[in-house]
Design a protein around this ligand. Sequence first.
Ligand code: PEP
Ligand code: MN
Length: 338
Amino acid sequence: MIIIMKPSATREHVEELSRHIERWNVKANPIYGEGTIVIGLVGDTGAVDKDALLRDPEVDNIIKVQEPFKLANRKMHPADTVVDIAPGVSVGGSKLVVMAGPCSVESEEQIVDIARHVQAQGATALRGGAWKPRSSPYSFQGLQADGLELLHKAHEVTGLPVVTEITNPAHIDLFADKCDCFQVGARNMQNFELLKELGQTRKPVLLKRGFANTMEEFLMSAEYLMAGGNENVILCERGIRTYETFTRNTLDISAVPVLKRMSHLPVIVDPSHAGGIYWMVEPLAKAAVAAGADGLMIEVHNDPAHALSDGAQSLTYESFAETMASLRAVAAAVGRSL
Ligand code: PEP
Ligand code: MN
């Protein structure tokens, strides 16, 4: 339920009304936008006395949010949310974020070298997996805690904020000062215990869409994070499973405008895991920017042929540089910058 206040409503009045509403055992979130003030109600609103609220002279209207996601809903928060992952690195503004790096952290030389190269080409964050959720238990599982240390080292060398995947809520403390943004991978999008624990932190979370999940399920997972109080959520479309086998997944480009319409949260696209083949990354990334994505996550490797995971979809330094150049042109065409 959303209470739309008249523009004349004072902050004091809105705060007082919110406290009054919470006596009905719901959470009342006042949101002060440009020219709009709304109070979003979350929880069981069955007991809320709508007629009494409408008698308040500063209440303009009350609307029911039909969708099950409330905090993530655009109706609750008409303006775009901007998530700051580090000083000067925001997701959701006019400047696009580019999170680039290897699928897996493999060694200090590898991650520091890649970090330097992607930064030189304009990447604004470093990605790299320390814990790798692999389909096979016999595949490389990541350097784990050592990988986190190496990511931190690359951060110290370059200053790039670090985005890395967390698979286990018990690791939150370990990750806390080693990364700037948690990544929740596609396989864990509905790991609700993980989401609940990450919701208790205030560190940004990059939430990837599960490969067989609907938009509504995706937004309900964002809602889990936000319900815990963590509003720093970035959505990531990374391809879904369809009947097509040529590509690793099918990039659902429509997810970008759909999510932007349904939610105020920033949306980025991962063309690497979508196409699964290096030469598809650039055209898919361009399509994502043209469709309104707030940024990209791109896998880049110093030696893709010998990568311990996802070499086939990893860009070389040269192809990453070319991709960045063509993305700059597309970004400019849609009024954004890289
Ligand atoms: C990754 O980013 O390396 C990864 C495993 O992605 P996803 O969860 O989208 O498969
Ligand atoms: Mn990968």
